[in-house]
Design a protein around this ligand. Structure first.
Ligand code: NAP
Ligand code: MG
Length: 400
């Protein structure tokens, strides 16, 4: 079989522990035998990040800005224990955080749907993709304990020396609490743009939900920025055959529970934090959750939503058999390859990505799966495979 030619480089970011082991296996068994592709490789393994004073992370993010598409393996975000374990110079920041801020991007989490792995919510048949705004609100708040009677106020002092404005928050008669939050038009706008980019690219309707009936300025600002961007993208929404809809957050939550899914649900920071965990656990396994970072100007980075699966890696290091699910990592590759194909007009590459995804899903639906899926699958006969047997089974199916 002749290999499919991919003319544009794909940015590849290697990672740590069990996912690094799986990463190499994916490339050797499922990518290189089929594609003639130039991978622009960045080693984001924690040792090399340390060796380069984390410059490699910044370089990899800039490479995505240059080439448009990247695929990333899970990486360790070092804490004190990791500094000791790998004798690091310091607790380097999360690579995902660094890349996200360079791309000014939004992370979308999307579950992989497999027929005989039913969601916890009976009506959910298609992926519910969550887009969480990752700046501000309570995550950058300031708060105070109020010891007793007194007045709490919001004061804005213009930098240009204009008149101060003040609002009384509360005139306390006794003790209590108070909090100040903020957000930025620029950040909300980037978030909205990334959401529209992703919804249009995936051809799924976009829902956005806040509580603007109560928060008539703060939440309402989010709503009006989303509406503004929706007007700018009207033609693209139409040609993708999708719509944008605004809901009150409580209405959206109620509707989600009886909906079949298949939408991108954009949420403010706190709502996204909470609802993404609810949706993830409703769809089953972390091994079936993918994630994509999208920038407001349409750059894409694909990865698995889970971490480096340290517990399994410890077993692997001892030579024990592991049964780690590689599906989300494989889908990170297929997502990136498909996007590369779309951008380059390379239909052969897009078809290959679809074929590989189908091979993965067919393997599991036929009853061959890793341990995490064994209790979730309703397949009539099931066989538990180890980490490597599963990837072999996928390759066999891909070849047939
Ligand atoms: P984790 O790697 O996601 O693993 C947590 C547990 O979830 C595992 O022990 C395993 O449960 C299950 N699991 C996750 N992925 C699985 C898979 N593919 N197949 C089967 N089971 C899977 O989270 P963590 O252990 O909290 O974090 C480990 C490291 O990953 C940390 O150093 C953290 O910094 C990093 N991390 C990186 C990213 C990223 O790069 N995006 C995200 C999160 C965490 P059982 O042990 O019960 O089988
Ligand atoms: Mg959360």
């Amino acid at each position: 079989m002749s290999k499919i030619k991919v003319k544009t480089p794909l940015v590849e970011m290697d990672g740590d522990e069990m996912t690094r082991v799986i990463w190499k296996e994916i490339k050797d068994k499922l990518i290189h035998p089929y594609l003639d592709i130039q991978l622009e490789y960045y080693d984001l393994g924690v040792s090399y990040r340390d060796q380069t004073d984390d410059k490699v992370t910044v370089d990899s993010a800039n490479a995505i800005l240059k080439h448009g598409v990247g695929v990333k393996c899970a990486t360790i975000t070092p804490n004190a224990d990791r500094v000791k374990e790998y004798t690091l110079k310091k607790e380097w920041p999360s690579p995902n955080g660094t890349i996200r801020s360079i791309l000014d991007g939004t992370v979308f989490r999307k579950p992989i749907i497999i027929n005989n792995i039913p969601a916890a919510v009976k009506s959910w048949k298609k992926p519910i993709i969550i887009g969480r705004h990752a700046y501000g609100d309570i995550y950058r708040n300031v708060e105070m304990l109020i010891p007793g009677p007194g007045k709490a106020e919001i004061v804005f002092t213009p930098a240009d020396g204009g008149a101060e404005s003040r609002v009384i928050i509360h005139d306390y008669k006794g003790s209590g609490v108070v909090m100040g939050m903020h957000n930025l038009d620029k950040s909300i706008e980037s978030f909205a743009k990334s959401c529209f980019n992703y919804a249009i690219s995936e051809k799924v309707p976009l829902w956005f939900a806040t509580k603007d009936t109560i928060s008539k300025k703060y939440h309402a600002r989010f709503r009006s920025i989303f509406e503004q961007v929706s007007k700018e993208r009207e033609a693209d929404l139409k040609s993708a055959g999708i719509y944008y809809a605004y809901y009150l957050i409580d209405d959206a939550v109620a509707q989600i529970m009886k909906n079949e899914g298949g939408m991108l649900w954009a949420l403010m920071n706190y709502d996204g934090d909470v609802q993404s965990d609810m949706v993830a656990s409703g769809f089953g396994s972390l091994g079936l959750m993918t994630s994509v970072l999208v920038s407001p100007d349409g750059k894409y980075e694909y990865e698995a939503a889970h971490g480096t699966v340290t517990r399994h890696y410890r077993q692997y290091q001892k030579g024990e058999t592991t049964s780690t699910n590689s599906v989300a990592s494989i889908f990170a590759w297929t997502g990136a390859l498909h996007k590369r194909g779309e951008l380059d007009g390379n239909t052969e590459l897009m078809k290959f990505a679809e074929k590989l995804e189908k091979a993965v899903i067919d393997t599991i639906e036929a009853g061959e799966m890793t341990k995490d899926l064994m209790s979730l699958s309703t397949a009539p006969s099931k066989k538990q495979l180890d980490t490597f047997q599963f990837m072999d089974a996928v390759q066999k199916r891909l070849n047939s």
